[in-house]
Design a protein around this ligand. Structure first.
Ligand code: ADP
Ligand code: MG
Ligand code: ZN
Length: 605
C-alpha cells in the first residue's frame, strides 16, 4: 500500500481531534452530579428544586442554586407516580415544574454513542482509503484495452526544431512531414501519396524522441505518445485492443501524430519465439499493420516510430505503405556536438575559460543525451562546491565521469597494487605513444573509475567513421601494452589485464571475420553479425563455414594477437627507461594529462 498523502493524514488527525473535543465538551458542559432518587425526593420536599426534566428514564434536576443533577427512575412507572408513591404531595409536585421530553434527543444520543463511535469511524476512514486504492487498481484493470497514450498539448514544454541541434538531413526529411500535417489538402490536391509511417533510427540518446516531439511542435498538432513496451501486458489480446483504441483516438483528433517509441518491443521479427510472450507481440504487431493499412492516408494521421534496433524489426513493418520513410539519426559530429552543447549550456553560468568547442573536441562518440548529461554533471559538481559558475575542471572531470563512471578515490589500492597499476597503464600509454596509428594519449590515471583500476584515455584527433587495418593492428598492440609491461617488470601477470585481453581478442576476431582484412581468408564475412545473437535465431552461432575455415580463422586470430604482442614487447624493451619514468610519475602524481605526458618524452631526448 502506498503511504497516504500528508494532507490526508493531517485531515484525519484534525477530524479525530474535533470529535474528541466535541464529545468531552458535550459531556462536560452539563456534567450533572449523579444522585439517588431518594435525594431528589428530599430536595423536592425541601423546596430547593426549580425544575425537573424527564427524558426516558433519565431525570435531570435543576436546583434553585443552578446546579444540575441526574438520576434514573424505573422504566415502567411515570415520574409523577413514583414521586406520589414516595409521599410527595400534589402541591409539592407543582413546585417541581416537571417537563417530559421526547426520548432520544440528538445531543443526548450522541453523547452516549460517541465514545463507541470513534473507533468505528476510524475503521470506516481506513476502509475508505483502502477501497479507494483498490478501486484505482480496478479501474486500471478495466481500462486495459485503452491505449493509455499520453497526449502532449502543453504549450510550455513545446519543442521545436530549434531545440534539436544538428541532424540537418533528418530535419529536412521531416520538414516534409510537418508541411503535410500543416496543410494536407495541398498535397492531396496534387495527387501525392504521403507516407503513413516514419521510422526514426539511431543509437540510444541521439535525440529520436526529442525529434518526434519537435515535429509535433512544428506542425502544431496533437501528439499521441506511447511506448512500444506499453502494448505488452500480462493478458493476451490487450496489446491489440490498445492499438485499435490508439488509432481510433488518433482519427478523431486528426491531423495528428502517433508516436510509438521503442517500437522494437513489439515490432520484433515474428516467429522467433524467444522469450515466451511472443504470441502477444505478434498479435499486437499484426494489429498495428492492419491499422496502418486500414486508414485513409488523406485524413492526416502520421505514425512516427523510433527504434535503436532497426535490424531486429519485422520486415513487414518496413514494407511500402507502412514505415516506408526511414530517417537515420547519427551520432553527432564535432560541429553538431558543439551546437548541442550550446543548447544545453543556455541556462548555466560558465566561467570564461570554458570553451565548448574544446569540449566538443574531447567527446567523440558522445550522443546528445551524453552531452546533456555531461553538462548537467558539471553543473552539479559546481553547485556542490558552492561555486558561482561552472569551471573548466568541472566540465573536464564530467567528461571522464560520463565516459568511465565516477572516480572511486575510496577504493584504496595497496602499495603493491598501485605500483602494478602504474606500470600497467604506463605500458598502454607508452606503446600507444610509440605507434603511429594509435590515437593520441589524453590522460593516464591510476585512480579507479567505474570498474577499471586505472585508465589510459586515448582520443582520436577528429571524428571518424572508417578504420584502417593498420589502426586495428596498432590498437591491439596498445591494448596488450599493459599486460606486457606487468610481465616485463614484475615477471608475472595479474587479473587486471583480463578486460584488455578480451577486447584485443574480440578485435582480432572481427578483423578476420567481419572486415575481411586477413590475407589468408580473403574478403569474406564469416558467421552472422554478433549483435543478432539475442534474437534466438543466432543463439547457436550461425556457422556458415567449414571446420577447416574455423581452424584457419583461429590461426589468423592467433597470428594477429601474436604480432601485436611482439610489437608491444619490442617497444617496451627498447624504451624501458621511459616506462620507468612514466610509472614513477604516475605513482607520484596519480594522473598525467596530455601535455605533461608529452613533456616527459621531451626531456629524455
Ligand atoms: P533517444 O530517444 O534517441 O534515445 P532522446 O530523444 O530521449 O534520445 O534524447 C535524450 C536527451 O538528449 C534529450 O532530451 C536532449 O536533452 C538530448 N539531446 C539528444 N539529441 C539532441 C540534439 N540533437 N539536440 C539537443 N539535445 C539533444
Ligand atoms: Mg527515446
Ligand atoms: Zn589495461
Amino acid at each position: 500500500m502506498k503511504p497516504l498523502p500528508k494532507n490526508v493524514i493531517i485531515s484525519v488527525i484534525v477530524f479525530l481531534a474535533l470529535l474528541a473535543i466535541f464529545s468531552t465538551y458535550s459531556l462536560q458542559n452539563n456534567e450533572p452530579k449523579d444522585v439517588s432518587f431518594a435525594a431528589v425526593v428530599e430536595q423536592i420536599q425541601s423546596q430547593s428544586v426549580s425544575s425537573i426534566t424527564v427524558e426516558g428514564n433519565k431525570v435531570s434536576v435543576t436546583l434553585q442554586d443552578g446546579t444540575t443533577e441526574v438520576t434514573q427512575k424505573e422504566s415502567d412507572a411515570s415520574l409523577t407516580e413514583l414521586l406520589t408513591q414516595y409521599g410527595i404531595s400534589t402541591g409539592e409536585l407543582k413546585t417541581a415544574n416537571i417537563t417530559v421530553k421526547e426520548q432520544g434527543g440528538g445531543a443526548y444520543l450522541l453523547s452516549i454513542l460517541l465514545p463507541s463511535l470513534i473507533p468505528i469511524l476510524l475503521l470506516v476512514v481506513i476502509f475508505w482509503f483502502m477501497i479507494r486504492q483498490m478501486q484505482g487498481a480496478n479501474n486500471r484493470a478495466l481500462s486495459f484495452g485503452q491505449s493509455g497514450a499520453r497526449e502532449m498539448k502543453d504549450q510550455k514544454q513545446k519543442v521545436t526544431f530549434a531545440d534539436v541541434a544538428g541532424a540537418r538531413e533528418a530535419k529536412e526529411e521531416l520538414l516534409e512531414v510537418v508541411e503535410f500535417l500543416k496543410n494536407p489538402k495541398k498535397f492531396v490536391d496534387m495527387g501525392a501519396k504521403l507516407p503513413k509511417g516514419v521510422l526514426l533510427m539511431g543509437r540510444p540518446g541521439t535525440g529520436k524522441t526529442l525529434m518526434a516531439r519537435a515535429i509535433a511542435g512544428e506542425a502544431d498538432v496533437p501528439f499521441l505518445h506511447i511506448s512500444g513496451s506499453e502494448f505488452v501486458e500480462m493478458f493476451v489480446g490487450v496489446g491489440a485492443s490498445r492499438v485499435r483504441d490508439l488509432f481510433q483516438r488518433a482519427k478523431k483528433s486528426a491531423p495528428c501524430i502517433i508516436f510509438v517509441d521503442e517500437i522494437d518491443a513489439v515490432g520484433r521479427q515474428r516467429g522467433t519465439g524467444l522469450g515466451g510472450s511472443h504470441d502477444e507481440r505478434e498479435q499486437t504487431l499484426n494489429q498495428i499493420l492492419v491499422e496502418m493499412d486500414g486508414f485513409d492516408p488523406h485524413i492526416g494521421v502520421i505514425v512516427i516510430a523510433a527504434t535503436n534496433r532497426p535490424d531486429v524489426l519485422d520486415p513487414a513493418l518496413l514494407r511500402p505503405g507502412r514505415f516506408d520513410r526511414r530517417v537515420v539519426i547519427d551520432l553527432p559530429d564535432i560541429q553538431e556536438r558543439e551546437s548541442i552543447l550550446h543548447i544545453h549550456a543556455q541556462n548555466k553560468p560558465f566561467a570564461k575559460d570554458v570553451d565548448l568547442r574544446r569540449v566538443a573536441e574531447r567527446t567523440p562518440g558522445f550522443s546528445g543525451a551524453d552531452l546533456s548529461n555531461l553538462l548537467n554533471e558539471a553543473a552539479i559538481r559546481a553547485a556542490k562546491a558552492n561555486q558561482k559558475e561552472i569551471k573548466k575542471e568541472d566540465v573536464l572531470e564530467s567528461i571522464e565521469k560520463v565516459l568511465l563512471g565516477p572516480e572511486r578515490r575510496s577504493a584504496v589500492l595497496s602499495e603493491e597494487e598501485k605500483k602494478i597499476t602504474a606500470y600497467h597503464e604506463a605500458g598502454h600509454a607508452l606503446v600507444a605513444h610509440a605507434l603511429p596509428y594509435c590515437d593520441p594519449v589524453h590522460k593516464i590515471s591510476i585512480i579507479s573509475r567505474g570498474s577499471a583500476g586505472g585508465y589510459t584515455l586515448k582520443l582520436p584527433a577528429e571524428d571518424r567513421r572508417l578504420y584502417k587495418r593498420l589502426e586495428f593492428l596498432d590498437d591491439m598492440a596498445a591494448m596488450l601494452g599493459g599486460f606486457l609491461a606487468e610481465k616485463e617488470v614484475f615477471g608475472d601477470v595479474t587479473t587486471g589485464a583480463s578486460d584488455d585481453l578480451k577486447k584485443c581478442t574480440r578485435m582480432a576476431r572481427e578483423v578476420v571475420t567481419r572486415y575481411g582484412m586477413s590475407e589468408a581468408l580473403g574478403p569474406r564475412v564469416f558467421g552472422e553479425a554478433e549483435d543478432m545473437i539475442f534474437l534466438g535465431k543466432e543463439i547457436h552461432e550461425n556457422r556458415n563455414y567449414s571446420e577447416k575455415t574455423a581452424e584457419l580463422i583461429d590461426s589468423e586470430v592467433e597470428k594477429l594477437v601474436n604480432g601485436a604482442q611482439e610489437k608491444a614487447r619490442v617497444i617496451l624493451k627498447e624504451q624501458r627507461t621511459m616506462l620507468e619514468k612514466i610509472a614513477t610519475t604516475l605513482l607520484e602524481k596519480e594522473t598525467i594529462e596530455k601535455e605533461a605526458f608529452e613533456a616527459l618524452f621531451q626531456t629524455t631526448t
